[in-house]
Design a protein around this ligand. Structure first.
Ligand code: NAD
Ligand code: MN
Length: 497
Protein backbone atom coordinates (compact mmCIF):
# COMPACT_ATOMS: atom_id res chain seq x y z
CA UNK A 1 0.00 0.00 0.00
CA UNK A 2 2.68 2.49 0.92
CA UNK A 3 5.87 2.73 -1.07
CA UNK A 4 7.60 5.07 1.35
CA UNK A 5 11.00 4.04 2.68
CA UNK A 6 12.30 4.40 6.20
CA UNK A 7 14.17 7.52 5.09
CA UNK A 8 10.95 8.99 3.67
CA UNK A 9 9.09 8.33 6.90
CA UNK A 10 11.96 9.75 8.93
CA UNK A 11 11.97 12.89 6.82
CA UNK A 12 8.23 13.28 7.26
CA UNK A 13 8.64 12.78 10.97
CA UNK A 14 11.08 15.71 11.06
CA UNK A 15 8.57 17.92 9.25
CA UNK A 16 5.51 16.95 11.29
CA UNK A 17 3.72 19.71 13.10
CA UNK A 18 2.24 17.95 16.09
CA UNK A 19 -0.81 19.37 17.83
CA UNK A 20 -0.85 18.68 21.56
CA UNK A 21 -3.78 20.74 22.76
CA UNK A 22 -7.24 19.66 23.79
CA UNK A 23 -10.20 20.18 21.45
CA UNK A 24 -13.37 21.65 22.92
CA UNK A 25 -16.29 23.25 21.12
CA UNK A 26 -14.57 23.08 17.75
CA UNK A 27 -11.29 24.68 18.83
CA UNK A 28 -7.89 23.63 20.01
CA UNK A 29 -7.24 24.92 23.47
CA UNK A 30 -4.66 24.60 26.23
CA UNK A 31 -5.65 22.88 29.46
CA UNK A 32 -7.36 25.32 31.84
CA UNK A 33 -4.45 24.88 34.25
CA UNK A 34 -1.91 25.53 31.51
CA UNK A 35 -0.20 22.26 32.46
CA UNK A 36 1.39 19.99 29.88
CA UNK A 37 3.20 16.67 29.89
CA UNK A 38 5.89 15.33 27.59
CA UNK A 39 5.11 12.93 24.79
CA UNK A 40 8.21 10.76 24.38
CA UNK A 41 8.54 8.34 21.47
CA UNK A 42 9.33 4.73 22.39
CA UNK A 43 10.95 4.39 18.96
CA UNK A 44 14.12 6.14 20.14
CA UNK A 45 13.27 8.30 23.13
CA UNK A 46 12.80 11.50 21.11
CA UNK A 47 10.55 14.23 22.49
CA UNK A 48 7.55 14.55 20.19
CA UNK A 49 5.38 17.19 21.78
CA UNK A 50 4.03 18.78 24.91
CA UNK A 51 0.49 17.61 25.53
CA UNK A 52 -2.26 19.49 27.35
CA UNK A 53 -2.73 17.85 30.73
CA UNK A 54 -6.46 18.23 31.18
CA UNK A 55 -8.15 17.89 34.54
CA UNK A 56 -11.49 18.42 36.24
CA UNK A 57 -11.92 21.98 35.00
CA UNK A 58 -11.50 20.90 31.40
CA UNK A 59 -13.86 17.97 31.90
CA UNK A 60 -16.44 20.36 33.32
CA UNK A 61 -16.16 22.70 30.37
CA UNK A 62 -16.27 19.92 27.79
CA UNK A 63 -19.28 18.23 29.38
CA UNK A 64 -21.20 21.51 29.58
CA UNK A 65 -20.41 22.13 25.98
CA UNK A 66 -21.28 18.63 24.84
CA UNK A 67 -24.59 18.86 26.71
CA UNK A 68 -25.51 22.18 25.15
CA UNK A 69 -24.63 20.88 21.70
CA UNK A 70 -26.66 17.75 22.26
CA UNK A 71 -29.67 19.71 23.47
CA UNK A 72 -29.45 22.09 20.53
CA UNK A 73 -30.28 19.19 18.21
CA UNK A 74 -27.72 20.28 15.65
CA UNK A 75 -26.41 16.71 15.54
CA UNK A 76 -28.76 14.68 17.73
CA UNK A 77 -31.80 15.61 15.65
CA UNK A 78 -30.07 15.67 12.28
CA UNK A 79 -31.64 13.23 9.80
CA UNK A 80 -29.82 9.89 9.96
CA UNK A 81 -29.06 10.07 6.25
CA UNK A 82 -27.22 13.35 6.83
CA UNK A 83 -25.29 11.96 9.78
CA UNK A 84 -24.42 9.04 7.52
CA UNK A 85 -23.02 11.32 4.84
CA UNK A 86 -21.04 13.28 7.42
CA UNK A 87 -19.50 10.19 9.00
CA UNK A 88 -18.54 8.86 5.59
CA UNK A 89 -16.83 12.18 4.85
CA UNK A 90 -15.05 11.95 8.22
CA UNK A 91 -13.87 8.43 7.35
CA UNK A 92 -12.70 9.72 3.99
CA UNK A 93 -10.58 12.38 5.67
CA UNK A 94 -8.91 9.74 7.82
CA UNK A 95 -8.06 7.82 4.67
CA UNK A 96 -6.81 10.95 2.89
CA UNK A 97 -4.52 11.62 5.84
CA UNK A 98 -3.52 8.02 6.40
CA UNK A 99 0.22 8.68 6.15
CA UNK A 100 0.23 11.50 8.68
CA UNK A 101 -2.03 9.60 11.09
CA UNK A 102 -0.03 6.39 10.75
CA UNK A 103 3.17 8.27 11.41
CA UNK A 104 1.71 9.92 14.51
CA UNK A 105 0.53 6.53 15.78
CA UNK A 106 3.85 4.83 15.17
CA UNK A 107 5.95 7.60 16.69
CA UNK A 108 3.64 7.83 19.67
CA UNK A 109 3.29 4.18 20.65
CA UNK A 110 5.96 2.28 18.72
CA UNK A 111 4.02 -0.03 16.43
CA UNK A 112 5.40 -0.77 12.93
CA UNK A 113 4.48 1.81 10.32
CA UNK A 114 3.38 -1.02 8.01
CA UNK A 115 0.71 -1.90 10.58
CA UNK A 116 -0.43 1.61 11.45
CA UNK A 117 -0.78 2.53 7.78
CA UNK A 118 -2.58 -0.64 6.65
CA UNK A 119 -4.43 -1.83 9.77
CA UNK A 120 -4.97 0.88 12.39
CA UNK A 121 -5.87 3.93 10.34
CA UNK A 122 -7.85 2.18 7.57
CA UNK A 123 -9.60 0.14 10.29
CA UNK A 124 -10.49 3.31 12.18
CA UNK A 125 -11.87 4.91 9.02
CA UNK A 126 -13.85 1.78 8.29
CA UNK A 127 -15.40 1.77 11.76
CA UNK A 128 -16.67 5.31 11.19
CA UNK A 129 -17.95 4.59 7.70
CA UNK A 130 -19.57 1.28 8.65
CA UNK A 131 -21.60 2.86 11.41
CA UNK A 132 -22.48 5.82 9.23
CA UNK A 133 -23.66 3.50 6.48
CA UNK A 134 -25.76 1.51 8.94
CA UNK A 135 -27.55 4.32 10.68
CA UNK A 136 -30.22 5.07 8.07
CA UNK A 137 -31.00 1.35 7.76
CA UNK A 138 -31.94 0.47 11.32
CA UNK A 139 -35.62 0.62 12.17
CA UNK A 140 -37.51 1.06 15.40
CA UNK A 141 -40.40 -1.20 16.47
CA UNK A 142 -44.14 -1.23 16.91
CA UNK A 143 -45.25 -3.40 19.84
CA UNK A 144 -47.93 -6.12 19.67
CA UNK A 145 -50.51 -4.03 21.48
CA UNK A 146 -54.28 -4.42 21.94
CA UNK A 147 -56.33 -2.95 19.10
CA UNK A 148 -57.01 0.37 20.84
CA UNK A 149 -53.36 1.08 21.56
CA UNK A 150 -50.27 1.96 19.57
CA UNK A 151 -47.02 1.00 21.25
CA UNK A 152 -43.89 2.54 19.80
CA UNK A 153 -40.50 1.20 20.77
CA UNK A 154 -37.93 3.77 19.74
CA UNK A 155 -34.25 4.34 20.26
CA UNK A 156 -32.90 7.68 21.37
CA UNK A 157 -29.29 8.78 21.77
CA UNK A 158 -28.19 8.68 25.41
CA UNK A 159 -26.84 12.24 25.33
CA UNK A 160 -23.28 12.88 26.51
CA UNK A 161 -20.87 9.99 26.06
CA UNK A 162 -17.39 9.87 27.57
CA UNK A 163 -15.03 7.45 25.82
CA UNK A 164 -11.83 6.48 27.63
CA UNK A 165 -9.47 4.46 25.47
CA UNK A 166 -6.09 2.69 25.67
CA UNK A 167 -2.78 2.99 23.83
CA UNK A 168 -2.38 -0.31 21.99
CA UNK A 169 -4.58 0.56 19.01
CA UNK A 170 -5.17 4.19 19.90
CA UNK A 171 -7.22 5.45 16.97
CA UNK A 172 -8.85 2.11 16.15
CA UNK A 173 -10.20 1.64 19.68
CA UNK A 174 -11.35 5.27 19.69
CA UNK A 175 -13.24 4.79 16.42
CA UNK A 176 -14.89 1.57 17.58
CA UNK A 177 -16.56 3.91 20.09
CA UNK A 178 -16.90 7.06 17.97
CA UNK A 179 -18.55 5.25 15.05
CA UNK A 180 -21.68 4.07 16.87
CA UNK A 181 -21.70 6.94 19.40
CA UNK A 182 -21.73 9.61 16.68
CA UNK A 183 -23.95 7.68 14.29
CA UNK A 184 -26.67 7.49 16.94
CA UNK A 185 -26.52 11.26 17.51
CA UNK A 186 -24.64 11.63 20.77
CA UNK A 187 -22.10 14.25 21.78
CA UNK A 188 -18.79 12.68 22.74
CA UNK A 189 -15.82 13.49 24.92
CA UNK A 190 -12.88 11.32 23.92
CA UNK A 191 -10.09 10.79 26.44
CA UNK A 192 -7.12 9.11 24.78
CA UNK A 193 -4.44 7.36 26.81
CA UNK A 194 -1.72 9.66 28.13
CA UNK A 195 0.66 7.26 26.35
CA UNK A 196 -0.89 7.80 22.89
CA UNK A 197 -2.87 11.04 22.53
CA UNK A 198 -1.65 12.27 19.14
CA UNK A 199 -4.07 10.73 16.64
CA UNK A 200 -7.14 11.45 18.76
CA UNK A 201 -6.12 15.10 18.97
CA UNK A 202 -5.52 15.25 15.23
CA UNK A 203 -8.83 13.75 14.14
CA UNK A 204 -10.85 16.28 16.12
CA UNK A 205 -10.00 18.79 13.41
CA UNK A 206 -10.85 16.27 10.68
CA UNK A 207 -14.26 15.71 12.28
CA UNK A 208 -14.93 19.43 12.14
CA UNK A 209 -13.69 19.58 8.53
CA UNK A 210 -16.09 16.74 7.67
CA UNK A 211 -19.01 18.79 8.95
CA UNK A 212 -19.51 17.36 12.41
CA UNK A 213 -20.72 20.40 14.33
CA UNK A 214 -18.51 22.02 16.98
CA UNK A 215 -19.11 20.52 20.41
CA UNK A 216 -20.12 17.09 19.11
CA UNK A 217 -16.63 15.62 19.33
CA UNK A 218 -14.35 16.92 22.06
CA UNK A 219 -10.93 15.49 22.87
CA UNK A 220 -9.35 15.82 26.30
CA UNK A 221 -5.82 14.45 26.60
CA UNK A 222 -4.50 13.84 30.08
CA UNK A 223 -4.09 11.25 32.78
CA UNK A 224 -6.55 8.68 34.01
CA UNK A 225 -6.53 9.78 37.63
CA UNK A 226 -7.18 13.41 36.67
CA UNK A 227 -9.35 14.00 33.62
CA UNK A 228 -10.39 10.35 33.23
CA UNK A 229 -11.64 10.17 36.79
CA UNK A 230 -13.38 13.55 36.47
CA UNK A 231 -15.33 12.32 33.44
CA UNK A 232 -16.20 9.02 35.14
CA UNK A 233 -17.48 10.84 38.23
CA UNK A 234 -19.27 13.59 36.33
CA UNK A 235 -22.97 13.95 37.12
CA UNK A 236 -23.86 14.95 33.57
CA UNK A 237 -22.13 12.22 31.58
CA UNK A 238 -24.84 9.76 30.56
CA UNK A 239 -22.71 6.90 29.31
CA UNK A 240 -19.09 5.93 29.85
CA UNK A 241 -17.49 3.59 27.34
CA UNK A 242 -14.06 2.21 28.03
CA UNK A 243 -11.34 0.04 26.61
CA UNK A 244 -8.44 -0.70 28.92
CA UNK A 245 -7.37 -2.84 31.82
CA UNK A 246 -9.69 -4.83 34.05
CA UNK A 247 -8.35 -3.01 37.09
CA UNK A 248 -9.45 0.40 35.81
CA UNK A 249 -12.67 -1.06 34.38
CA UNK A 250 -13.71 -2.12 37.89
CA UNK A 251 -12.82 1.32 39.23
CA UNK A 252 -15.06 2.96 36.63
CA UNK A 253 -18.03 0.92 37.84
CA UNK A 254 -17.37 2.27 41.33
CA UNK A 255 -17.22 5.85 40.02
CA UNK A 256 -20.53 5.36 38.24
CA UNK A 257 -22.10 4.04 41.42
CA UNK A 258 -20.69 6.93 43.41
CA UNK A 259 -22.05 9.49 40.97
CA UNK A 260 -25.04 9.40 38.64
CA UNK A 261 -25.30 5.69 37.78
CA UNK A 262 -24.12 6.49 34.28
CA UNK A 263 -24.14 3.44 32.01
CA UNK A 264 -20.71 1.86 31.91
CA UNK A 265 -19.59 -0.37 29.04
CA UNK A 266 -16.23 -2.04 29.38
CA UNK A 267 -13.78 -3.73 27.06
CA UNK A 268 -11.05 -4.97 29.33
CA UNK A 269 -8.15 -7.39 29.49
CA UNK A 270 -7.61 -10.95 28.36
CA UNK A 271 -5.48 -14.05 28.76
CA UNK A 272 -6.67 -15.90 25.75
CA UNK A 273 -6.07 -19.62 25.18
CA UNK A 274 -5.12 -20.92 21.75
CA UNK A 275 -5.80 -24.68 21.73
CA UNK A 276 -3.98 -26.83 19.19
CA UNK A 277 -5.35 -30.37 19.00
CA UNK A 278 -3.33 -33.17 17.46
CA UNK A 279 -5.82 -33.38 14.60
CA UNK A 280 -5.35 -29.75 13.53
CA UNK A 281 -5.80 -29.63 9.75
CA UNK A 282 -2.64 -27.65 9.07
CA UNK A 283 0.01 -27.54 11.77
CA UNK A 284 2.12 -25.07 9.83
CA UNK A 285 -0.78 -22.61 9.68
CA UNK A 286 -1.39 -23.20 13.38
CA UNK A 287 2.27 -22.52 14.16
CA UNK A 288 2.30 -19.32 12.13
CA UNK A 289 -0.88 -18.14 13.83
CA UNK A 290 0.50 -19.01 17.27
CA UNK A 291 3.56 -16.86 16.53
CA UNK A 292 1.62 -13.88 15.21
CA UNK A 293 -0.90 -14.19 18.06
CA UNK A 294 1.85 -13.25 20.51
CA UNK A 295 4.19 -11.11 18.42
CA UNK A 296 1.83 -8.93 16.38
CA UNK A 297 1.68 -5.41 17.82
CA UNK A 298 4.50 -6.42 20.23
CA UNK A 299 2.00 -8.64 22.03
CA UNK A 300 0.18 -5.49 23.17
CA UNK A 301 -3.15 -6.93 22.08
CA UNK A 302 -6.13 -7.60 24.32
CA UNK A 303 -6.85 -10.81 22.39
CA UNK A 304 -3.21 -11.94 22.25
CA UNK A 305 -3.06 -15.73 22.18
CA UNK A 306 -0.85 -15.64 25.25
CA UNK A 307 -1.56 -19.21 26.42
CA UNK A 308 -0.71 -21.80 23.80
CA UNK A 309 -2.35 -25.08 24.79
CA UNK A 310 -0.77 -27.95 22.87
CA UNK A 311 -1.84 -31.60 22.85
CA UNK A 312 1.02 -33.68 24.22
CA UNK A 313 1.22 -36.10 21.30
CA UNK A 314 2.19 -33.35 18.81
CA UNK A 315 4.20 -31.10 21.08
CA UNK A 316 7.66 -32.23 19.98
CA UNK A 317 6.68 -31.80 16.37
CA UNK A 318 4.72 -28.56 16.81
CA UNK A 319 6.91 -26.35 19.02
CA UNK A 320 9.86 -26.28 16.57
CA UNK A 321 7.39 -25.12 13.95
CA UNK A 322 6.30 -22.26 16.21
CA UNK A 323 9.94 -21.30 16.80
CA UNK A 324 10.52 -21.33 13.05
CA UNK A 325 7.46 -19.14 12.46
CA UNK A 326 8.56 -16.70 15.14
CA UNK A 327 11.69 -15.89 13.11
CA UNK A 328 9.47 -13.69 10.94
CA UNK A 329 8.82 -11.52 14.00
CA UNK A 330 11.97 -9.51 14.71
CA UNK A 331 11.93 -6.21 16.55
CA UNK A 332 13.27 -3.34 14.50
CA UNK A 333 12.83 0.36 13.83
CA UNK A 334 9.08 0.97 13.52
CA UNK A 335 9.61 3.50 10.73
CA UNK A 336 11.12 0.78 8.53
CA UNK A 337 8.30 -0.63 6.39
CA UNK A 338 9.84 -4.12 6.67
CA UNK A 339 9.65 -4.15 10.47
CA UNK A 340 7.15 -6.60 11.95
CA UNK A 341 7.66 -5.92 15.66
CA UNK A 342 8.15 -2.41 17.00
CA UNK A 343 8.88 -0.90 20.39
CA UNK A 344 6.85 -1.41 23.56
CA UNK A 345 4.83 1.68 24.35
CA UNK A 346 7.14 3.07 27.06
CA UNK A 347 9.74 2.19 29.68
CA UNK A 348 7.06 1.42 32.25
CA UNK A 349 5.59 -1.26 29.98
CA UNK A 350 9.11 -2.48 29.18
CA UNK A 351 9.79 -3.01 32.87
CA UNK A 352 6.44 -4.74 33.37
CA UNK A 353 7.20 -7.20 30.58
CA UNK A 354 10.78 -7.83 31.77
CA UNK A 355 9.39 -8.39 35.28
CA UNK A 356 7.06 -11.12 33.97
CA UNK A 357 9.94 -12.77 32.13
CA UNK A 358 11.88 -12.81 35.39
CA UNK A 359 8.91 -14.32 37.25
CA UNK A 360 8.71 -17.11 34.67
CA UNK A 361 12.34 -18.03 35.37
CA UNK A 362 11.67 -17.96 39.11
CA UNK A 363 8.56 -20.12 38.71
CA UNK A 364 10.56 -22.74 36.83
CA UNK A 365 9.28 -22.26 33.28
CA UNK A 366 11.70 -23.22 30.50
CA UNK A 367 12.80 -20.43 28.15
CA UNK A 368 12.72 -21.58 24.51
CA UNK A 369 13.52 -18.31 22.76
CA UNK A 370 13.88 -14.59 23.43
CA UNK A 371 13.64 -13.23 26.94
CA UNK A 372 15.75 -10.10 26.62
CA UNK A 373 15.57 -6.41 25.97
CA UNK A 374 17.35 -5.55 22.72
CA UNK A 375 18.31 -2.51 20.61
CA UNK A 376 18.86 -0.56 23.82
CA UNK A 377 21.42 1.63 22.01
CA UNK A 378 18.58 3.12 19.95
CA UNK A 379 17.05 4.69 23.04
CA UNK A 380 13.87 2.73 22.31
CA UNK A 381 12.04 0.02 24.27
CA UNK A 382 12.37 -3.29 22.42
CA UNK A 383 11.88 -6.82 23.73
CA UNK A 384 12.45 -10.06 21.85
CA UNK A 385 9.37 -12.20 21.26
CA UNK A 386 9.67 -14.79 24.01
CA UNK A 387 8.37 -18.33 24.49
CA UNK A 388 8.30 -20.31 27.72
CA UNK A 389 7.58 -24.03 27.74
CA UNK A 390 6.73 -26.10 30.79
CA UNK A 391 4.25 -23.51 32.01
CA UNK A 392 1.33 -24.51 34.19
CA UNK A 393 -1.78 -22.46 34.56
CA UNK A 394 -0.92 -21.47 38.14
CA UNK A 395 2.23 -19.55 37.18
CA UNK A 396 2.00 -15.76 37.05
CA UNK A 397 2.83 -15.63 33.33
CA UNK A 398 -0.16 -17.90 32.66
CA UNK A 399 -2.56 -16.11 34.98
CA UNK A 400 -1.90 -12.42 34.46
CA UNK A 401 -2.19 -10.31 31.36
CA UNK A 402 1.37 -9.37 30.39
CA UNK A 403 0.57 -7.19 27.39
CA UNK A 404 3.88 -7.95 25.75
CA UNK A 405 5.36 -10.61 23.47
CA UNK A 406 5.60 -13.42 26.02
CA UNK A 407 3.99 -16.77 25.21
CA UNK A 408 3.22 -19.52 27.73
CA UNK A 409 3.11 -23.08 26.40
CA UNK A 410 0.87 -25.42 28.39
CA UNK A 411 0.52 -29.11 27.55
CA UNK A 412 -2.70 -31.14 27.78
CA UNK A 413 -3.86 -34.70 27.09
CA UNK A 414 -7.65 -34.60 26.59
CA UNK A 415 -10.32 -32.29 25.18
CA UNK A 416 -11.85 -31.93 28.65
CA UNK A 417 -8.52 -30.98 30.15
CA UNK A 418 -7.90 -28.40 27.41
CA UNK A 419 -11.29 -26.80 28.00
CA UNK A 420 -10.79 -26.77 31.76
CA UNK A 421 -7.39 -25.08 31.47
CA UNK A 422 -8.69 -22.64 28.84
CA UNK A 423 -11.56 -21.55 31.07
CA UNK A 424 -9.47 -21.42 34.24
CA UNK A 425 -9.01 -17.64 34.09
CA UNK A 426 -10.93 -14.59 35.26
CA UNK A 427 -10.86 -13.36 31.66
CA UNK A 428 -13.03 -14.40 28.72
CA UNK A 429 -12.16 -12.30 25.71
CA UNK A 430 -11.12 -14.74 22.98
CA UNK A 431 -9.92 -18.25 22.24
CA UNK A 432 -8.54 -20.28 19.36
CA UNK A 433 -9.30 -23.90 18.50
CA UNK A 434 -7.44 -25.97 15.92
CA UNK A 435 -8.96 -29.27 14.83
CA UNK A 436 -10.20 -30.90 11.62
CA UNK A 437 -12.99 -32.65 13.54
CA UNK A 438 -16.03 -30.45 12.99
CA UNK A 439 -17.92 -31.87 15.91
CA UNK A 440 -14.99 -31.38 18.29
CA UNK A 441 -14.57 -27.84 16.97
CA UNK A 442 -18.18 -26.97 17.73
CA UNK A 443 -18.21 -28.71 21.11
CA UNK A 444 -15.04 -26.94 22.19
CA UNK A 445 -16.16 -23.57 20.84
CA UNK A 446 -19.41 -23.86 22.80
CA UNK A 447 -17.62 -24.85 25.99
CA UNK A 448 -15.21 -21.92 25.89
CA UNK A 449 -16.29 -18.95 28.01
CA UNK A 450 -15.11 -16.25 25.62
CA UNK A 451 -16.65 -13.51 23.51
CA UNK A 452 -14.82 -14.52 20.33
CA UNK A 453 -13.79 -18.04 19.33
CA UNK A 454 -11.64 -18.64 16.28
CA UNK A 455 -11.57 -22.05 14.63
CA UNK A 456 -8.56 -22.98 12.52
CA UNK A 457 -7.42 -19.37 12.54
CA UNK A 458 -6.55 -16.79 15.16
CA UNK A 459 -7.80 -13.22 15.40
CA UNK A 460 -10.36 -13.23 12.60
CA UNK A 461 -13.30 -10.87 12.27
CA UNK A 462 -14.45 -7.54 10.91
CA UNK A 463 -17.08 -4.89 11.64
CA UNK A 464 -19.93 -7.33 11.03
CA UNK A 465 -19.53 -9.34 14.24
CA UNK A 466 -19.69 -8.16 17.85
CA UNK A 467 -16.47 -7.99 19.83
CA UNK A 468 -16.15 -8.11 23.59
CA UNK A 469 -15.70 -10.20 26.65
CA UNK A 470 -17.24 -12.71 29.00
CA UNK A 471 -16.37 -12.57 32.70
CA UNK A 472 -13.81 -9.92 33.71
CA UNK A 473 -12.98 -9.11 30.10
CA UNK A 474 -15.91 -6.72 30.09
CA UNK A 475 -19.55 -6.19 29.23
CA UNK A 476 -21.34 -5.00 26.15
CA UNK A 477 -19.91 -5.27 22.68
CA UNK A 478 -18.03 -3.12 20.20
CA UNK A 479 -18.58 -3.51 16.44
CA UNK A 480 -21.67 -4.80 14.61
CA UNK A 481 -25.17 -3.39 15.04
CA UNK A 482 -25.15 -4.69 18.62
CA UNK A 483 -22.77 -1.86 19.52
CA UNK A 484 -25.54 0.65 18.86
CA UNK A 485 -27.29 -0.62 22.01
CA UNK A 486 -24.65 1.01 24.19
CA UNK A 487 -25.31 4.45 22.78
CA UNK A 488 -29.09 4.48 22.82
CA UNK A 489 -31.91 4.31 25.35
CA UNK A 490 -35.08 2.39 24.53
CA UNK A 491 -38.27 4.34 24.85
CA UNK A 492 -41.77 2.83 24.99
CA UNK A 493 -44.48 5.29 23.92
CA UNK A 494 -48.10 4.17 24.48
CA UNK A 495 -50.76 5.96 22.47
CA UNK A 496 -54.43 5.38 23.31
CA UNK A 497 -56.36 5.27 20.09
P1 NAD B 1 -5.49 1.30 31.39
O1 NAD B 1 -6.66 0.68 32.03
O2 NAD B 1 -4.28 1.55 32.19
O3 NAD B 1 -5.89 2.70 30.76
C1 NAD B 1 -6.95 2.82 29.85
C2 NAD B 1 -7.47 4.23 29.88
O4 NAD B 1 -8.03 4.49 31.16
C3 NAD B 1 -6.41 5.30 29.66
O5 NAD B 1 -6.94 6.33 28.87
C4 NAD B 1 -6.16 5.79 31.06
O6 NAD B 1 -5.68 7.11 31.12
C5 NAD B 1 -7.52 5.69 31.68
N1 NAD B 1 -7.54 5.63 33.15
C6 NAD B 1 -6.59 5.13 33.97
N2 NAD B 1 -6.96 5.28 35.26
C7 NAD B 1 -8.17 5.88 35.26
C8 NAD B 1 -9.07 6.33 36.28
N3 NAD B 1 -8.79 6.15 37.58
N4 NAD B 1 -10.22 6.91 35.90
C9 NAD B 1 -10.53 7.07 34.60
N5 NAD B 1 -9.71 6.70 33.59
C10 NAD B 1 -8.54 6.10 33.91
O7 NAD B 1 -5.18 0.38 30.12
P2 NAD B 1 -4.01 0.58 29.06
O8 NAD B 1 -2.75 0.17 29.70
O9 NAD B 1 -4.10 1.91 28.42
O10 NAD B 1 -4.43 -0.48 27.95
C11 NAD B 1 -4.12 -1.80 28.03
C12 NAD B 1 -5.33 -2.59 28.48
O11 NAD B 1 -6.40 -2.41 27.56
C13 NAD B 1 -5.10 -4.08 28.52
O12 NAD B 1 -5.63 -4.61 29.70
C14 NAD B 1 -5.88 -4.59 27.32
O13 NAD B 1 -6.29 -5.92 27.42
C15 NAD B 1 -7.01 -3.66 27.27
N6 NAD B 1 -7.62 -3.66 25.95
C16 NAD B 1 -8.84 -4.25 25.79
C17 NAD B 1 -9.46 -4.29 24.55
C18 NAD B 1 -10.80 -4.89 24.37
O14 NAD B 1 -11.45 -4.58 23.38
N7 NAD B 1 -11.27 -5.73 25.27
C19 NAD B 1 -8.83 -3.72 23.45
C20 NAD B 1 -7.58 -3.12 23.64
C21 NAD B 1 -7.00 -3.09 24.89
MN1 MN C 1 3.36 7.99 23.38
Amino acid sequence: MTTLTRADWEQRAQQLKIEGRAFVNGEYTAAASGQTFECISPVDGRLLAHIASCDEADAQRAVENARATFDSGVWSRMAPAKRKATLIRFAGLLKQNVEELALLETLDMGKPIGDSSTIDIPGAANALAWNGEAIDKVYDEVAATPHDQLGLVTREPVGVVAAIVPWNFPLLMACWKLGPALATGNSVILKPSEKSPLTAIRIAQLALDAGIPAGVLNVLPGFGHTVGKALALHMDVDTLVFTGSTKIAKQLMVYAGESNMKRVWLEAGGKSPNIVFADAPDLKAAAEAAASAIAFNQGEVCTAGSRLLVERSIKDQFLPMVLEALKAWKPGNPLDPATTVGALVDTQQLNTVLGYIESAHTDGAKLLVGGKRILEETGGTYVEPTIFDGVNNAMRIAKEEIFGPVLSVITFDTVEEAIAIANDTPYGLAAGVWTADISKAHRTAKALRAGSVWVNQYDGGDMTAPFGGFKQSGNGRDKSLHALDKYTELKATWIKL
